[in-house]
Design a protein around this ligand. Sequence first.
Ligand code: UD1
Ligand code: CA
Length: 455
Amino acid sequence: MSPLAVIVLAAGDGTRMKSARPKVLHEIAHRPMLSHVLDAVAPLQPQRTLVVIGKDMAAVAAAAAPAEAVVQSPPLGTGHAVKAALAALGEFAGDVLVLVGDAALITTETLALLIAERRRAPAAAVAVLGMRPADPGSYGRLVVATDGSLEAIVEARDATPEQRAIALCNSGVIALDGRHAPELVGAIDNKNAKREYYLTDVVAIARSRGLHCRTIEASAEEMLGVNSRAELAVAEATLQQRLRARHMAAGVTLIDPTTVYFSADTVIGRDTVIEPSVVFGPGVRVGEGVEIRGMSHIAGAVIGDGAIVGPFARLRPGTELAARVHVGNFVELKAARLGEGSKANHLTYIGDAVVGREVNIGAGTITCNYDGFLKHETRIEDGAFIGSDTALVAPVTVGANAIVGAGSVITRDVPADALALGRGEQVEKPGAARVLRARGADAKRRQAKTERSKV
Ligand code: UD1
Ligand code: CA
């Protein structure tokens, strides 16, 4: 394989997003658009990957790392951006693959097809990935010659009405022959509607020098460029469909796929069943044979084999459930490790806690982990039983096989095998209920009488 260099354009202002955040850092399935693009590029094993960013875009450079950031300032157009990247690249005889940072759904397979198309003899100086979107809108139009070769790309703003009627559009992904790239890109001017240096002009420039230019088509859905929040939502929907299909193909049951939302990095083992309306935030790893019941929200959590989660469970970052743990309805966990076979089935908050194996946590138990200033840890050792409605005031440890009585407020450590009761002593007053009822009935009668006398 001849060497490959990749240039990702990400210096634009993204004004149509109406955002303080650079466009390429807007997320799809909880991953920045730029990272999706770089993920698609990585398997092609480029020698160099350069990301063109604007000034004051340190956050974009950080997201791009280890790819090299090249600063383009001011942003004078896609052609100007590629010129800056080529200067940083230096002499390069292989393929130069240019991508736009806002077309985040691109796949490795499609990129490989474009590179192959450029190399196909006679090798082309420029190969452009085309598409036929339902609404060509502001996309550049591909002018194809009668012999099928690519003649020019015309930006929508600069197109004649006839050109604007062309359905075949520029996806923004272009492969260049590295030997010709500096000369062709160097010849781009800004004599157009936007007074910008358009990368798309390289096609006409290459043609005028007798070089070959070609195009292949990819699906418009895959090549969607995200310029607005509405397009971001369309990209999200497309990626979610892909993720659902991928998990099902890998052996995960989704009872109602369209209601389940994944993060790009969600990992799920086979034979896991996911009920409707489950949301996976970033950083979730689910084992095999797990049941995730409806309406659960899970982020930054590891779930062991055979666990049962939900319905209505909330697992926050730092949650680690070992095998066969049960976490039931209205249970919230944060920075909490639960050992094998432990159960917290109802209405509980466990935060900053280490819970051993085969522990039973009763309904309404709360770890009071925050004293208003600092967070503190709760430890519950193997086999302990925590009665319902217990408040565990951290820092505190409940020893192995200890039992805590329901309704306790536990403020001191409980030794192993002890029974702890931290609640007011109960008193019974014989017959007192009857006396109270009689008094009450009397009071009611007197009140009714006064009211009648007022009328
Ligand atoms: C561009 C193409 C258009 C194509 C479309 C596909 C040009 C002139 N037009 O239009 O033919 O159909 O993409 O989505 O190339 N950028 C820079 N520096 C700049 C300007 C832009 O790095 O000076 C980056 C942007 O951050 C963005 C990408 O280049 O990631 C594309 O720029 P954008 O303004 O979105 O171009 P489009 O108008 O969508
Ligand atoms: Ca765009």
